[in-house]
Design a protein around this ligand. Structure first.
Ligand SMILES: Cc1cc2nc3c(=O)[nH]c(=O)nc-3n(C[C@H](O)[C@H](O)[C@H](O)COP(=O)(O)OP(=O)(O)OC[C@H]3O[C@@H](n4cnc5c(N)ncnc54)[C@H](O)[C@@H]3O)c2cc1C
Length: 389
């Protein structure tokens, strides 16, 4: 039997970030258990968009701290997150502008560099944009995107160098709880004796928590991404754009191509996390293509290069379950990120490490407690799309 001070379940961007911070803090014997390879889950399929626009202070603080950590990722981890500071635009119709303005005001109070652009200013920023149906946009010049797999593998490598044990191809089968305390984690290999465990298992926490009588309302939603190449005369897409008016997003990708998808929650398709169609549907490609062509008419003749589908771990209010699980000492959850957890993962490494070590975290995440789903204290952001928080 192995013995650990903390076991982290899941080797995506969340679990690896926490394992890294625990190892960095010298938190004793840290073991990360991943049933596949590090970063092989939804993390590796992430669009990796890093923006600071949220409706709630804790999310803005987490995103802001994460941006700082992404900006110094090489110094922090000795690896790369492939962070590109492309800038971020959140474009909105006139009817959507009041929510956008409220969020921008809150962000500015918290020290975020963001401003509101009129349609004319948007045209100055990128003359190729169609702005006739827009009331304006929020613009964050310091935001951008990074790579999910690079981030998770860099965190895992750094954690290992600092003494953490990383077990790949090893599945956690159950968590042993006695007298209301975590005692051990039983895996497909060894049993690991431990007083504390973090469940950072993306869409899969129900399989380890429900046998303990804990209800975890996380569902797997199939989400598609399309890659296409704008015509050469268009040039490159420089900025990340989330287009509330149409409900779609696009970001630059290598080789002058673009990754794009829809923002609407209505597009969700609940599936089994271990058996779903990982391809992209042709109807979806056409739909995204129409929205792209509307926003960038001079790139209407873009060529489709491919696409894929992965999973969002969706909760009823599209916000994660974070922090200690009531009634079981030593059990902490970080899952249900509902399609927007990558950007939060560096800061959550620090915050969840503090919680696992019994310290007060730098950001108060108590509003994200798992218990809110039972009490009905759901979180509602200012925008219609919950993914925007
Ligand atoms: C298509 C797509 C686009 C996205 N775009 C963005 C974006 O632009 N910006 C953003 O911030 N977020 C985005 N996200 C969301 C973001 O990628 C995720 O929230 C984040 O990467 C989740 O990381 P995680 O570590 O929590 O979970 P995961 O990546 O799901 O990792 C969980 C890991 O746990 C492992 N595991 C599960 N069960 C067990 C078990 N019993 N034993 C051992 N291991 C287990 C799995 O194998 C998996 O590797 C996107 C997601 C998708 C799918």
């Amino acid at each position: 039997m192995l013995t650990a001070d903390v076991v982290v379940i899941g080797g995506g961007s969340t679990g690896t970030s926490v394992a890294f911070q625990l190892a960095r803090r010298g938190a004793g014997r840290v073991v990360l258990v991943e049933r596949g390879a590090i970063g092989s889950g939804p993390t590796s399929k992430s669009m990796g968009i890093i923006r600071l626009h949220y409706s709630y202070e804790p999310l803005i603080r987490l995103a802001l701290r994460s941006l700082e950590l992404f900006s110094h990722f090489e110094d922090l981890s000795g690896g790369t997150a492939d962070f590109t500071r492309a800038g971020f635009l959140l474009a909105a119709s006139s009817a959507q502008m009041p929510s956008l303005l409220d969020n921008v005001a809150l962000q500015q109070r918290l020290g975020v560099r963001t401003s509101v652009l009129t349609p004319a200013q948007l045209k100055d920023l990128d003359p190729r944009l169609e702005v006739s149906d827009l009331g304006g946009a929020a613009y964050e010049p310091e935001s951008g995107f990074a790579d999910g797999y690079a981030t998770a593998s860099s965190f895992a490598s750094a954690a290992r160098r600092m003494g953490a044990k990383i077990l790949e191809q090893t599945t956690v089968e159950r968590i042993v709880v006695e007298g209301g305390h975590v005692q051990a984690v039983v895996t497909s290999g060894d049993t690991i004796s431990t007083p504390r465990t973090l469940v950072a298992a993306g869409p899969w926490p129900p399989s380890v928590l429900e046998p303990l009588g804990i209800r975890v309302p996380i569902e797997s939603s199939r989400e598609q991404v399309v890659q296409f190449a704008p015509p050469p005369e268009f040039g490159r897409l420089e900025v990340v754009i989330e287009d509330l008016a149409q409900g779609f997003f696009a970001r630059p990708e290598a080789g002058g191509t673009v990754l794009s998808g829809v923002l609407e929650e209505g597009a969700e398709e609940i599936v089994q996390p271990d058996g779903f169609n990982q391809g992209v549907d042709f109807d979806y490609v056409e739909r995204v293509g129409r929205m792209w062509a509307h926003r960038y008419p001079s790139a209407a003749d873009a060529q489709v290069r491919g696409g894929y589908a992965s999973l969002y771990d969706v909760t009823p209010d599209w916000q994660p379950a974070l922090g200690p699980v009531d009634g079981i000492e030593g059990l902490v959850i970080a899952a249900g990120f509902s399609g927007h957890g990558f950007k939060l993962s560096p800061a959550l490494g620090e915050v969840l490490t503090a919680i696992l070590l019994g310290e007060r975290p730098a950001v108060d995440i108590s509003m994200f407690a798992l218990s809110r789903f039972a009490t009905g204290a759901l979180i509602h952001g200012r925008h219609a799309q919950g993914i925007l928080g």
